[in-house]
Every structure is written in C-alpha cells, then in structure tokens.
Design a protein around this ligand. Structure first.
Ligand code: SAH
Length: 469
C-alpha cells in the first residue's frame, strides 16, 4: 500500500476514535468518517507496514446504520466521533467493546460472560446531555471573535455556539459574550503569541436546579465592564426556553478565572467573583453538591445517577456495612453509598476534591463519611499495614482513571476481604486486566453493566460486581 493509492473496501469495525476499520488484501485501513457497513472508495493518506490511514473518496453503498448528524459541524469537530452512526448501533458497539475486553484480556469464557451481561444503559434522548462546556476563544482572519470547539487533533477553533450535546442554554450565552467582545473591542487570546485577554468561556448548568455558572478565563486580572456583561447574560438566561418550551434557568454565578500562563491547561487557580456566588448547586439523586469552576463533577448527570444506582445495587447495602470508595473525587459515589451504609471512607489524590467532598457531606448532613487525601495505592497499603492486617471492609468500590488500579492496591483490596467489590471503569481494557488479577486473588466476576455516559463518542463506562469466591 502506498500514499494516495485508492482502493475499495468494506468497513467492518470501529476504532477507538470512532473511525471505520476495513481491510484491503489483509492490510488494515483506518478511515475517518466511515461507518461500519459502508462500502467505500478510500484514498490512503498515510501508509505504514501493516496498516494505514485513509479518507473516504466516494461512498459506493452506505451502511444501514448511517444517520445524518444532528450537528452541522460533527464531521470536523473533535468532540463527537460517532454522530453519523445510529444511536442503537453506538450502544451495540460499546457493549461489544466491553465484552471483547473481558473475553480477550480478562480471560472470561464467552459462555460464562453472556449471562452476567446486563443490557447497556443508554440515554432516552442522547443529545444536550453535558452540564459543562469549555469553549476556546480565538479570532478569525478578519479579527472577529470566534468561540466553539477544537477540530479533531488540532487547536483550530470551529465556530459553534449551539453544540448538540451541550445543555441548550449555552446557545444563548455565547452570542452575548461574542457581541460584547466586538462592542468593547475585547481581544481574544492568541495561543501562539501568548497575548490577548479572553481565553475560554466555561459554563456549568445544574440539570435539576437550572442554576447556571459562566466563568471567563482571562489572561489578566480584569475584564472590562464585567458586571454589565453579567447582567446581559443573566437577562438572556432568564428569558431562555428550550425546544420543549422549558425555562426557569437562572444565572447563579458569573466569575473570572485568572490564567496568565502560556499553557494548554485551561483553568488557573484564582477566581474573581463578578455576580452571584462562586458556585452552583446541583443534585445527583437526593444528594446535593456544590460545584465551583475548579471542581470535578460528572458531566452527564442524567446517566451518572443511573451509574451510581447500579453501583449501589451491586453494593447490596443493608445499613451495617463498612464501605471504602477509592478514587472518590468529590465524594459523589461515597455520599450515594453513605445513605445506605454504616460507614463510608473515601480516598482521592486531589486535595481540593477532598475539600469539596467534606463540604458536600456536611451539606447533606451525612456524618458517616470520612475522606483521606492521597494515592489509593499508597494510602491503602499503608493503612492496612498500620492496622496489622485487622482493617477489613464489607464492600470496596473503585472508580480509577483510565490506567486502572495498581497491583499493590488490588493486593490490599483483596487482603481486606470485602464480600463484594464494585468496580466502576471508564476503560474496559484496564478493567478487564484488573478483573483478571482479582480473579487470581479469590474473586469472581458476577455482573457487568455498561453505561453510556458519553453518547456520540467512543467512550464507554462500565460497572461490574465481583464477589468473594
Ligand atoms: N468517583 C468519582 C471520580 C472518578 S474519576 C466520581 O464518580 O465523580 C477518578 C478520580 O481518581 C479522579 O478524581 C482523580 O483525581 C482520582 N485519582 C487519580 N489517580 C488516583 C490515585 N492514584 N489515587 C487516588 N485517586 C486518584
């Protein structure tokens, strides 16, 4: 295979970034924008020894699973990868991804796995689901402000203020900020030069409370007439109604975040209040959370509650249990479990998140949750050693980042002899690896439930239950 060669292939699989995968005489091609079931003439862009990258030149026959994306910039924007694939097919793909990992990496025989698999929990309406947006701000060739999203694998900004997966109220906020920039001649930040004022617009929306936060991330300490802008934003938010005619939104927080560093990191540490509070409040189930611009908070609240309910179901709590929630973030799962357990302990590496967890447990009057800062793989073995092996648990929940858990942590988890381990994972490959390790330590996989937290992207979240053999 050589660059610029044109071949006809059938797309047979989906890659990790949502691209189509097909073979030509045994040679694998990754094709952006192609869908499983498509037959296409593709042009090779880059050829390696055994595989290459290509783009669609002409669709010869289209897959029955192909749909027209809701969003006009879906093909260029780096945010969604699967909008052109029907939602049912996306869910089937995600289920298969989880299954394949557990079979191939986890070593679970397929016949054994099949009855453990629960149907994937998808969304009823897989659009407008995100409660947090971070729009980069730049300028077009004429110097006019643009804001939207980065194109895939680049820092070119695609102007888009009404993203199809963001909470719809965003669509009225951004045009006001844009017009204000033009009116007051406010410069957009230029990444290359490190000059210009407005870098990003961060918005957060409480799905239950309809409270809105707007935070301008600026390369400086002042934003001209910020109070006037805040009032304009408050006015459009108050008037806003979504497609179904639902309104009731309120601007609860308008603030500035100072970031004068030349960096890819979006937020700085300093927050300057302009209007209202520096946080919004929202609920997951019955639990109330205070969310600041810097807090980590799950971005799809409608699915998060389903994920946590599943974790709670798997934990099978009766009220007498000692539970550990490792990688607890701001204590979201911990507090959910604390409603039904005797005592919950959370461990998390980021000190600020633990502060939030403590504030949130007070806010909910949950006194049976205690939190520790540190790496789970350091904190747990140390505590276990200190207890001389007496530290036990009834249930241990883990929710690690993509790289999964370290063996030293899993060793300690097994040594604490919980009856059940609930593993929440954002990467089925590392989940499967860790399941295999825990199987060797005396646990067996009992149930698996994929949850779609990120519709139209290739990501899949999974909750599994492991029980002591
Ligand atoms: N359970 C939480 C957060 C899950 S995200 C929720 O549902 O909201 C994973 C969390 O693990 C992040 O908060 C991250 O900061 C934390 N983390 C990453 N590495 C860690 C480690 N080695 N030990 C403990 N926490 C870690």
């Amino acid at each position: 295979m050589v660059k610029n060669q044109i071949v006809t292939i059938t797309i047979e699989d989906i890659g990790n970034d949502g691209e189509g995968i097909g073979k030509y005489e045994g040679y694998t091609l990754f094709v952006k924008g192609a869908v499983i079931g498509d037959v296409a003439k593709v042009k090779v862009l880059k050829a390696k020894k055994t595989y290459g990258y290509a783009k669609v030149e002409e669709l010869i026959s289209t897959s029955p699973d192909r749909v027209t994306p809701k969003c006009p910039v879906a093909g260029r924007c780096g945010g969604c990868q699967l909008q052109h694939l029907s939602y049912e097919r996306q869910l089937a793909y995600k289920t298969d991804k989880v299954k394949n990992c557990l079979i191939r990496i986890g070593g679970i025989p397929e016949q054994q796995l099949e009855p453990m698999m629960e149907p994937i929990i998808g969304m009823e309406e897989p659009f407008y689901y995100r409660n947090k947006a971070q729009y980069p701000v730049g300028a077009d060739k004429e110097g006019r402000p643009v804001m939207g999203f980065y194109a895939g694998h680049s820092h070119n900004i695609i102007d888009c203020t009404d993203c199809a997966i963001q909470e719809p109220v965003n669509a009225v906020i951004l045009p006001v900020i844009k017009a204000f920039m033009e009116e007051k001649n406010i410069s957009a930040y230029d990444e290359e030069a490190g000059k210009g004022l407005l870098r990003h617009v961060l918005t957060r929306v409480g799905f239950q409370t309809k409270e809105v936060m707007v935070c301008l991330i600026i390369n400086g300490k002042k934003f001209p007439d910020a109070e006037i802008l805040a009032k304009k934003v408050a006015a459009v938010i108050k008037e806003f109604k979504d497609e179904k005619g639902n309104g009731g939104y309120v601007l609860k927080s308008f603030c500035l975040n100072v970031n004068t560093e030349k960096t890819n990191v979006i937020l700085g540490q300093e927050i300057l209040p302009v209007y209202g509070e520096n946080y919004i409040t929202d609920y997951i189930g019955n639990i109330k959370y205070q969310i600041s611009p810097l807090s980590f908070y799950q971005v799809n609240p409608q699915q998060t509650v389903k994920l946590y309910e599943k974790a709670l179901e798997y934990a099978e709590l009766s009220g007498n249990e000692i539970v550990w929630d490792l990688y607890c973030g701001i204590g979201t799962i911990s507090l959910f479990l604390a409603q039904k357990a005797k005592q919950v302990y959370g461990v998390e590496i980021i000190p600020q998140a633990i502060n939030d967890a403590k504030v949130n447990s007070k806010l909910n009057n949950l006194e049976n949750a205690e939190f520790f800062v540190g790496a789970a793989e350091d904190v747990m073995p140390a505590k276990y050693k200190e207890s001389q092996g007496t530290m036990k648990a009834d249930v241990i929940c883990v929710d690690p980042p993509r790289k999964g858990c370290e063996e030293s942590l899993l060793d300690t988890v097994a040594a604490m002899e919980p009856k059940r381990i609930v593993y929440v994972s954002c990467d089925p490959a590392t989940l499967a690896r860790d399941v295999k390790y825990l199987e060797e330590k005396g646990y067996e996989l009992v149930k698996v439930c994929p949850v779609d937290q990120f519709a139209h992207t290739g990501h899949v979240e999974t909750v599994v239950l492991l029980a002591a053999k």
